[in-house]
Design a binder for this molecule. Structure first.
Ligand code: DGL
Length: 279
């Protein structure tokens, strides 16, 4: 029997996030899978997700899942840790035969493959919702067995990223303040547990107290997981490369930031105000 993914290999990969953060995933996917078409949805009308309740995030995520399914994607990448923490199982259920990969499982797997040794100390920075859910702690224990997990919520980083204040002095001070939480620990690794945070990787690396700490970028990890999955299942596209964006608000602002960050022009960007009634 030909598997779903093989049969539909020329369809796009659907990637979604609350805003521009998932572009760190899209960029990583384009780097490792250059012949794939990508359909990106950024929920710019409702960002940030990380300060909202699990129920609200789940409801948003299921609407977007349906939207991506209606658009005919072959695979869904949950490029948002907050959604992964709150709604992964519901999305998998809703997606049916469409494979779903979430950024938290991918990040935890990357940590387990990075040679951390016995009972490592792993720091996780994420949104309030991600940290409170303890989803990383569970995923890391599942992957590594024995591990010390130290978490720190960094709620101000998402608004700074959405504002495009990526190298701004305010961003530097904010990152420094949050990373202070790890001053008493010799972290073996620090997981960037929010897809907006890779935008601040240089600032984070600069202020980390223990220079041997490996920084694990969950955006890169999910791209690697997607590539491995498609290769294993014979689901790779050979003739794509398009990048189509959908946002729920402020398309110009999104386009400006996205082009700056991706270093390429985005020719197709559409606003979807009503996810239930789109064409
Ligand atoms: N980029 C998202 C994440 O990985 C969410 C940020 C937000 O909307 O708060 O968690």
């Amino acid at each position: 029997m030909i598997k779903y993914i093989q049969h539909n290999r020329h369809r796009p990969i659907g990637i979604f996030d609350s805003g521009i953060g998932g572009l760190t995933v899209a960029k990583a996917v384009k780097a490792v899978l250059p012949n794939e078409d990508i359909l990106y949805f950024g929920d710019t009308a409702r960002v940030p997700y990380g300060v909202k309740s699990e129920e609200t995030v789940r409801a948003y995520a299921l609407e977007i899942t349906k939207f991506l399914m209606d658009k005919g994607v072959k695979m869904i990448l949950i490029a948002c840790n907050t959604v992964s923490a709150s709604a992964k199982e519901d999305i998998i259920h809703r997606a049916g035969t469409i494979p779903v990969i979430d950024v938290i499982s991918a990040g935890a797997q990357a940590a387990s493959e990075s040679g951390l040794g016995v009972t490592p100390t792993v720091g996780v920075i994420g949104t309030i919702a991600t940290v409170q859910s303890k989803a990383y702690e569970e995923a890391l224990i599942q992957q590594l067995g024995s591990v010390n997990v130290i978490q720190q919520a960094c709620p101000l980083l998402v608004p700074l990223a959405e504002e495009g204040w990526i190298e701004h002095e305010v961003a530097r001070l904010t990152v420094k303040e949050y990373v202070h939480a790890f001053n008493d620990y010799q972290l073996d690794a620090l997981i960037l547990g929010c897809t907006h945070y890779p935008l601040f990787t240089n600032l984070i690396a600069d202020v980390l107290p223990f220079k041997q700490t490996q920084i694990i970028d969950s955006a890169k990890s999910i791209a690697t997981s997607a590539k491995q999955y498609l290769e294993r299942q014979g689901g790779c596209n050979t003739k794509g490369s398009s990048f189509n964006c959908f946002v729920s608000d402020r398309p110009k602002r999104f386009q400006e930031l996205a082009e700056r960050f991706l270093g390429q022009q985005i020719t197709k960007i559409e606003v979807v105000r009503d996810l239930d009634n789109h064409t």
